[in-house]
Design a protein around this ligand. Structure first.
Ligand code: HPA
Length: 278
C-alpha cells in the first residue's frame, strides 16, 4: 500500500510540490520543456535564467542518472516565458511511476498548458541515423504501467482519458513548419517506451521494428498525465543510436550521451523556433 493509493494524499502531495514551486518561482510560465538525457544544454540556452535544484523543491525526486541535471530553470526562450525541467526521474530508478510524474503534475496544476517532451531514443527505423531529430506522432506504452492506474484524481481529469491524439496535431504541424523554415531535417514516427534500464535484445529489436520507429525509457508516463490534465503535448526524440544499422549491436549510455550532446545545438534551435511561433 502506497500513500499514493489514497487520492486525498496523492492530491495533497501534488499540491505541496506545487506550493514549493510557487515559493521559488512565483508565477509559472505556461510553456514547459522537459529536457531529456544529454539535452541539459537546453536549460543553459534559457535567457534571463533563474534556476533551483530539485533538492530544494518538495517531492521533486532527483535523478540518479549521469546526464540529468535535476534543476528547474525558468526565463525566456524564443522571446516567451518558459520553464524547463532539466532532468527527470525514470521508472528504472526503482520508484512508482506515479512518483516520477509528481513534478509535472505540480507544474500542470500551476497553469502549464503546453508541454514539450524530449528524450534520447534508439531507432529501429532503418531510415533514421544517430543525430536525427524525430517528431513523435504517436506512442506505444510498453512499460506495462501507467501513472493513471489507481483512484482517479477527478479534480485533474477523467477516469478514462481519450488517447486518439496524444500529441497535439497543431503543435506537430508547427514543429514541421518550423523545422522547414530553419532548414532542420525532422524525422517523424512512433515512440515506444520500455522500462529499461537494459537496452534491447536482438529479438526485442526485431519485434519493435514492426511496431515503432524509436525506443526509449521515458516520455510516455508524462504524456499520459499531461493529456489527462488537458494540456497539449509535443514530443521530440533525439535519435542517439540506431538499434538496426550497425554491425556491432552494442549500445552504451556513453554513446547515447555523446550523440545527445552533439545534437544539442540543433535541438535547442528547433525548440526555440517552435516556442517563438507558438
Ligand atoms: N533503447 C532504449 N532507450 C534508449 C535507447 C535505446 O536504444 N537509446 C536511448 N535511450
Amino acid at each position: 500500500m502506497s500513500h499514493l493509493d489514497d487520492p486525498k494524499q496523492h492530491e495533497a502531495l501534488i499540491k505541496d510540490a506545487a506550493d514549493s514551486v510557487r515559493e521559488k518561482v512565483g508565477d509559472v510560465p505556461k510553456i514547459l520543456v522537459v529536457a531529456g538525457s544529454g539535452l541539459g544544454k537546453f536549460g543553459e540556452s534559457v535567457e534571463d535564467a533563474k534556476s533551483v535544484s530539485y533538492d530544494e523543491l518538495r517531492h521533486f525526486p532527483q535523478s540518479t542518472v549521469v546526464g540529468h541535471a535535476g534543476r528547474l530553470v525558468w526565463g525566456k526562450v524564443g522571446g516567451k516565458p518558459v520553464i524547463v525541467m532539466s532532468g527527470r526521474k525514470h521508472v528504472y530508478e526503482g520508484v512508482d511511476v506515479r512518483e516520477t510524474v509528481i513534478p509535472l503534475r505540480a507544474l500542470l496544476s500551476l497553469g502549464v498548458e503546453t508541454v514539450i517532451l524530449s528524450n534520447a531514443a534508439g531507432s529501429v527505423n532503418r531510415l533514421f541515423t544517430p543525430g536525427d531529430l524525430m517528431l513523435i506522432n504517436d506512442h506505444i506504452n510498453n512499460q506495462f504501467r501507467n501513472p493513471l492506474i489507481g483512484a482517479n484524481l477527478d479534480s485533474i481529469g477523467p477516469r478514462f482519458p481519450d488517447m486518439s491524439a496524444p500529441y497535439d496535431p497543431e503543435l506537430m504541424e508547427l514543429a514541421r513548419s518550423t523545422a522547414r523554415d530553419l532548414g532542420i531535417t525532422l524525422q517523424e514516427g512512433t515512440y515506444l517506451a520500455s522500462t529499461g534500464p537494459t537496452y534491447e535484445t536482438q529479438a526485442e529489436v526485431q519485434m519493435f521494428r514492426s511496431m515503432t520507429d524509436a525506443v526509449g525509457m521515458s516520455t510516455v508516463p508524462e504524456n499520459l498525465v499531461a493529456v489527462h490534465a488537458g494540456a497539449r503535448v509535443l514530443g521530440i526524440s533525439v535519435i542517439t543510436n540506431s538499434l538496426v544499422l550497425k554491425s556491432d549491436v552494442v549500445t552504451t549510455h556513453e554513446e547515447v550521451m555523446e550523440t545527445g550532446k552533439l545534437v544539442g545545438e540543433k535541438f535547442c534551435q528547433l525548440v526555440a523556433g517552435i516556442i517563438e511561433r507558438l
